[in-house]
Design a protein around this ligand. Structure first.
Ligand code: ADP
Ligand code: MG
Length: 364
């Protein structure tokens, strides 16, 4: 099966719409008009969101602001903000800071913006906490496998070994004083695909908050931030995608206020070769896609950067170690869905989930 970008785009759009269908009467069309001089959001139930969709980070980004004060200008600024993030952390954009860091691997340190520095620092924290199972130095393997893009196939084993040899996160050197990043081995490459969308969601959240908004749905291809409450003061309903079905089919919903919900799944970016599915989260130990019986992992917490890093982390760690890991992470809930349609959840997630699909059952 070829993973066509356009199809992905369509499916993601469908999901975005379906997820938000859970928002009930308040969910409006993909783009709404705004009338001025009306009451602010949350004062009455009839607020229609003002919405916009962008395509960036290889993902459909949809932002809905439930507030009559939202204007086109706000969305222009959100778009600028997304482009700015891309121009810092993209692995493939030749002008980006991360591209420069990678291009200078084994040669020289590169000074980056405080935002890029902090994000790499955060990714390294997760790498240390997981003994390198979460690994931002995985760039060469990601490029080699090319999963989610045209023509992806299982690479030659020698190429996998070579890429693996260039993915030691301990060789990422951060200099706090000079704000420089140095990759100690030539050919190394940082990839922030596991954390970038969460970072962008937080950035949009902060922008909206600064602008005085308190009710919004920020959705970066399933990396969701349900900001504040629905107009009218109720919790948001967010669907948990059925990993075996097309986007838009939830196994159930959770009710949340001011929380981020991030899922890493095998159904997103993958290819099939000789009947075997290869999904896009890689095991840095083997150099191959993780194949541990997990279909998806969903994380609910306050900051999307963490949720994004965590969803990838838990996926690589597997169910048993992942549940242990998440127990040590405060104010964070997680749900694992196995290929056998079993659910493994923290007690907090179990309490949140309103399961509507009986094919899925809790393991314990
Ligand atoms: P998505 O991009 O679908 O939201 P994730 O947040 O789980 O999914 O991130 C997956 C991406 O992270 C991959 O496409 C790749 O860029 C990168 N990646 C793959 N394996 C790892 C890993 N073990 N550690 C850190 N990043 C990884
Ligand atoms: Mg992630």
């Amino acid at each position: 099966m070829k993973h066509n970008k356009l199809i992905t785009f369509g499916l993601i759009l469908l999901l975005s719409m379906a997820v938000l269908a859970g928002c009930g009467t308040n969910s409006g069309p993909l783009s709404g008009s705004v009338s001025t001089n009306q009451k602010a959001a949350n004062e009455h139930e009839t607020v229609k969101p003002m919405a916009e969709t962008f395509f960036i980070f290889d993902t459909v980004v949809s932002v809905k602001i439930y507030d009559n004060r939202a204007t086109r200008q706000h969305f222009n600024e959100i778009e600028a903000l997304l482009n700015d993030i891309d121009s810092k952390i993209s692995r493939t954009l030749e002008t980006s800071e991360i591209y420069q860091v990678n291009a200078n691997s084994g040669k020289s340190a590169v000074k980056v913006s405080p935002e890029t520095f902090e994000l790499v620092d955060k990714a390294l924290d997760y790498a240390k906490r997981t003994d390198g199972n979460f690994n931002p130095a995985i760039g060469n393997l990601v490029t080699l496998w090319n999963i989610g893009h045209e023509g992806a196939k299982v690479p030659d084993i020698h190429l996998i070994e070579a890429a693996k040899a260039l993915s030691d996160y301990r060789l990422i050197e951060l200099n706090e004083d000079t704000q420089e990043i140095y990759l100690q081995k030539e050919g190394m490459a940082i990839d922030l695909g596991s954390i970038g969308k969460g970072y962008a969601a937080d950035a949009i959240y902060d922008y909206l908050e600064e602008q005085g908004f308190s009710s919004a749905i920020i959705d970066l291809g399933g990396n969701i931030y349900a900001m504040g409450q629905k107009p009218g003061g109720k919790a948001w309903n967010i669907g948990i995608q059925d990993p075996d079905k097309e986007r838009g089919n939830p196994i159930g919903t959770i009710q949340v206020e001011d929380k981020t919900i991030v899922t890493s799944g095998i159904y997103e970016r993958f290819f099939i070769e000789d009947g075997k599915l290869y999904q896009h989260i890689l095991d840095p130990g083997t150099g191959y896609p993780v194949d541990n019986g997990i279909s998806s992992v969903t994380v609910v917490t306050k900051h999307s950067t963490d949720a994004d890093a965590l969803s990838t982390t838990l996926f690589v760690l597997g169910i048993e170690d992942g549940l242990k890991f998440i127990e040590d992470t405060p104010d964070t809930e997680a749900l694992f869905i196995s290929k056998e349609q079993k659910l493994y959840a923290t007690s907090g997630f179990k309490a949140l989930l309103n399961k509507t699909n009986n094919n899925y059952t809790f393991a314990d």
